[in-house]
Design a binder for this molecule. Structure first.
Ligand SMILES: NC(=O)c1ccc[n+]([C@@H]2O[C@H](COP(=O)([O-])OP(=O)(O)OC[C@H]3O[C@@H](n4cnc5c(N)ncnc54)[C@H](O)[C@@H]3O)[C@@H](O)[C@H]2O)c1
Ligand SMILES: O=c1ccn([C@@H]2O[C@H](COP(=O)(O)OP(=O)(O)O[C@H]3O[C@H](CO)[C@@H](O)[C@H](O)[C@H]3O)[C@@H](O)[C@H]2O)c(=O)[nH]1
Length: 457
């Protein structure tokens, strides 16, 4: 029986390994992590991450061919293939701080693999890493094996999106596998491909050299984020000129050269990946002396920051230049719908901006806990009175002066806005950071409504 070990039981490692277990009953999959609490949660009825469809997949395989454990050494030792899905955050100190990728977790995983292995293994980079990471990984892996044990390193970046992870994994538009182009490298690529062909059509499995696969992942996220910053930049121009961004997006989407996706103007993109991966790309460009290329990609983040700042400014200026002491309902805190993840969510910047102007926030998100929100906003004793986290949208909006929609949760579309309006202070403002509301209907009720990229009333 082929044995797989997945190091890192997070948003990528957990769902990815669970789907491999589901689709390959003949393979034993062990997911390991250094975090006791995460592994305990994976072994419980309350999984550590919220992702539609995940629970069903885990329940079908857990205890059969899918296991979650903190015994990293044992499972790495026994595995034929090791997938590494550890976190690769932006460095916060030292050389390259604020841009370069912190490979500490990757290095520690590689050292464990090197220390406990006594048989040949394929090591799969699932995490998003700087291009040429495999070179460094190889050095670490082989440092004490003296060439007796052979490691083949493959780059197999993950393209899932949170909120649709299970669908993305079950039906990926492509699987990318990069490896060395010598005989052993090509054999390793075929071994990994043999796992995916259990459920992915052959023509969707792309194979490349190592560096192309590593760079393609960074390029992928940079292109997606660039589209959002492009439409968000247009949204500012729409507001200034009387054009409507949803109409512009619609017109663009019908151009078959552009396609319809990633054209929703918003309060800004969030999530653990886009900003981190672009910063990494910028750092790599700068390290290679490509200043103009670095500046080009940096602009994607500049526009995103501008969009978040513009939203806060709009709220404050619309509400007569002051939100001091005013209650503002924040609907949605996660970085997108159908996830409880708040990493780099635009809600953090918007809330901090409003708190900076002494607003009182009443926050509701269907999946994010009060503890998480307090942690993200670094709520200290002096601002704790300004932030309350409540259990539903009606409570959040009661007696509020304004509402900010910061996540596009479906339930926010079907709220009884007439009831909400009646319970709010007047004039009642709505700032729709996700353009999900029916503008005409809300204006008819009496709201003063601001949506992104739409002329004001
Ligand atoms: N979140 C996404 O949607 C997504 C999608 C595609 C790619 N990625 C990439 O995948 C990687 C993982 O992202 P994530 O969101 O799953 O991160 P995460 O923080 O949710 O999970 C990483 C896990 O790795 C564990 N870990 C760290 N070092 C370890 C070690 N030495 N041994 C065992 N466990 C260790 C951590 O405890 C943590 O539980 C990142 O490189 C990210 O850029 C993320
Ligand atoms: O038209 C759009 C599309 C997205 N967003 C925002 O962009 C962010 C990212 O959204 P999305 O890309 O759907 O979610 P992620 O889970 O961050 O997925 C991205 O990042 C992953 C991690 O690398 C990649 O695997 C995926 O391919 C890539 O889409 C979120 O804040 C969205 O609200 C917009 O504002 N407008």
């Amino acid at each position: 029986m082929v044995k797989i070990c997945g190091i890192g039981a997070g948003y990528v490692g957990g769902p990815t390994m669970a789907v491999i277990a589901l689709k390959c009953p003949s393979i034993e999959v062990a997911v390991v992590d250094i975090s006791d609490s995460r592994i305990s949660a994976w072994n419980s009825n309350k999984l550590p991450i919220y992702e539609p469809g995940l629970e069903e997949v885990v329940n079908q395989c857990r205890g059969k061919n899918l296991f979650f454990s903190t015994d990293v050494e044992k499972h790495v030792h026994e595995a034929d293939i090791v997938f590494v899905s550890v976190n690769t955050p932006t460095k916060i100190r030292g050389l390259g701080a604020g841009k370069a990728t912190d490979l500490t977790y990757w290095e520690s995983a590689a050292r464990i693999i090197s220390d406990v292995s006594n048989s040949n293994k394929i090591i799969v980079e699932k995490s998003t890493v700087p291009v040429r990471t495999a070179e460094a990984v190889e050095k670490i892996l082989t440092h004490n094996s003296k060439g007796i044990i052979k490691f083949q390193i493959l780059s197999n970046p993950e393209f899932l999106s949170e909120g649709t992870a299970i669908q993305d994994l079950l039906n990926p538009d492509r699987v990318l596998i990069g490896g060395n182009q010598d005989r052993e490298g090509l054999e390793a690529i075929q071994k990994l491909k043999a796992i995916y062909v259990h459920w992915v059509p052959q023509d969707r499995i792309i194979t490349t050299n190592l560096w192309s696969a590593e760079l393609s992942k960074l390029a992928d996220n940079a292109f997606l984020a660039q589209r959002i910053s492009s439409i968000n930049a247009m949204s500012a121009l729409c507001e200034a000129t009387g054009a409507e961004v949803s109409q512009v997006s619609h017109a663009l989407s019908k151009n078959t050269k552009l396609g319809p996706k990633f054209l929703n103007a918003s309060v800004g993109f969030g999530g653990s990946c886009f900003q981190k991966d672009i910063l990494n790309l910028v750092y790599i460009c700068e390290s290679n002396g490509l200043t103009e290329v670095a500046n080009y990609w940096k602009q994607v983040i500049t526009v995103n920051d501008y969009q978040k700042g513009r939203f806060v400014k709009r709220v404050v200026t619309s509400m007569f230049n002051t939100v001091t002491g005013k209650k503002i309902a924040i609907l949605g805190f996660a970085f997108k719908k159908d996830t409880g993840d708040t990493r780099k969510t635009p809600a953090i910047d918007v809330c901090r901006g409003l708190l900076g102007d002494d607003a009182c926030l009443s926050i509701y998100d269907p999946q994010v806990t009060k503890e998480q929100i307090h942690k993200d906003l670094s709520v200290s004793s002096n601002v704790v009175k300004q932030v309350s986290v409540v259990g539903d949208a009606y409570e959040a909006t009661k007696e509020a002066h304004g509402i900010c929609i910061l996540t596009e949760w479906d339930e926010f579309k079907s709220i009884d806005y007439q009831r909400v309006y009646e319970n709010m202070r007047k004039p009642a403002f709505v700032f729709d950071g996700r353009n999900i509301l029916n503008v005409d209907k809300l204006r008819e009720i009496g709201f003063i409504l601001y949506s992104i990229g739409r002329p004001l009333e």
